[in-house]
Design a protein around this ligand. Structure first.
Ligand code: NAD
Ligand code: DAU
Length: 355
């Protein structure tokens, strides 16, 4: 079996669902179920013996040692993290604890477990760390996209904590010979995306008749990848990546935020028009910029394509249409995740009257 951490979050749950749709190899899913973890994402696996869920933290050394000894996974895929930049600005502590201390504890536990394996199992074992393009910092308008050798220049507490985790993973390979792989991916979107992030937030607010908040001038650029394409890239790197290597994952879809929001409004105008016949674009509102806001990210994914033959299956246009349809078809999922503590977050970030 494989051990997946953070498998109840946005990307992790998509990964677990895709994995079990394509293989009978069981998944041990360790997730702390923070505000971002949601077992409803995995409801279709109820009663499926191939999915074993454990509620717990990657920072819990005793739990990790017990799980590894008991289940003997042949690989670990580490998604578990605090992932939202704005939250890291309001309160970095959780990001340090999970993304740095948690990754360190996980590496320590895996190092001890790896030492107990027989030669043939050690040969096959992999630790895949899921990271982000944000560790490379912000690109100038015409600068080439981030390659794997771009220097690290993280600008937010979130990206700094992910950068630290990447460095620890690298060090465990060089110092202890742990068979690691690291993927640094651009912005994902798709089903089960928590509506604190731009794309699901805009879909949710549009349908609720609320403002669509654009930070600053809306000309910041992100490189968007449909989440299922990220999952296929991780499977490919896990299967064939060279040990100790880093692989950048991206969709070659650089878009300014305002263009993304216009695309969403146009899709919603077509698929679920406003009752008054106006475009959802009339709900766009400019709000204060994110402190330290990175201007542009772009991923050069040629290494992954040339070495491992991976390419995204979705274009921005097909992926966005699928995503809007998914949110329109799952109003109950959205209603469930936008109750309770979600309202507290929206009140803190955008003003109490917007919650
Ligand atoms: P998410 O916030 O939706 O999910 C994170 C999951 O980790 C949640 O289920 C949460 O409960 C769990 N978790 C948090 N702390 C934990 C702990 N201490 N122990 C165990 N589980 C814990 O995040 P996501 O968007 O799915 O991102 C997953 C990973 O991919 C992260 O490492 C993130 O840095 C990386 N990543 C995300 C994106 C993106 O666009 N979302 C892009 C590139 C890389
Ligand atoms: O690049 C990969 C990263 O993408 C991941 O590592 C992070 O975990 C993930 O959260 C995401 O980070 P971003 O900060 O790019 O994503 P977010 O959806 O928060 O914001 C996307 C862009 O939209 C960013 O430029 C900020 C802007 N934005 C965001 C929100 C929530 C707005 O203009 N308004 C908003 O309300």
């Amino acid at each position: 079996m494989i051990l997946v951490t953070g498998g109840a979050g946005f990307i992790g749950s998509n990964f677990v669902l895709d994995w079990l749709a394509q293989s009978d190899e069981p998944v041990l899913n360790l997730d702390a179920l923070t505000y971002a973890g949601n077992l409803e994402n995995l409801a279709s696996l109820a009663g499926d013996a191939r999915h074993v869920f454990v509620h717990g933290s990657i920072a819990d050394a005793d739990l990790l040692a017990r799980l590894l000894a008991e289940h003997q996974p042949r690989a670990v895929v580490n998604f578990a993290a605090e992932s939202h930049v704005d939250r890291s600005i309001h309160g970095p502590e959780d990001f340090i604890q999970t993304n740095i201390v948690g990754t360190f504890r996980l590496l320590e536990a895996v190092r001890a477990y790896y030492a107990t394996l027989a030669d043939v199992e050690r040969e096959a074992f992999r630790f895949l760390h899921v990271s982000t393009d944000e560790v490379y910092g912000s690109l100038e308008k015409d600068a080439p996209a981030f390659s794997e050798t771009h220097r690290y220049e993280p600008n937010s507490p979130y990206s700094a904590s992910k950068a630290a985790s990447d460095h620890l993973v690298r060090a465990y390979h060089h110092t202890y010979g742990l068979p690691v792989l690291t993927t640094n991916c651009s912005n994902n979107y798709g089903p089960f995306h928590f509506p604190e992030k731009l794309i699901p937030l805009v879909i949710h607010n549009a349908l609720a008749g609320k403002p669509l908040p654009i930070y600053g001038d809306g000309q910041q650029i992100r490189d968007w990848l449909y989440v299922k394409d990220h999952c296929s890239a991780i499977r490919r790197v896990l299967a064939a990546g060279r040990l100790g290597e880093v692989y950048n994952v991206g969709g070659w879809n650089e878009k300014a935020n305002l263009e993304v929001v216009h695309t969403l409004c146009d899709l919603l105008d077509e698929l679920s028009p406003r009752a008054d016949g106006q475009s959802y674009r009339c709900q766009i509102t400019y709000v204060a910029d994110r402190p330290g806001h990175d201007r542009r990210y772009a991923i050069d994914a040629r290494k992954l394509e040339q070495e491992l033959g991976w390419k995204p299956a979705e274009t921005f246009s097909t992926g966005m249409r699928k995503t809007v349809r998914w949110y329109l078809d799952h109003p109950q999922w959205v209603a469930n995740v936008t109750s309770g503590s979600y309202r507290d977050w929206v009140g803190q970030q955008y003003g109490a009257d917007k919650a």
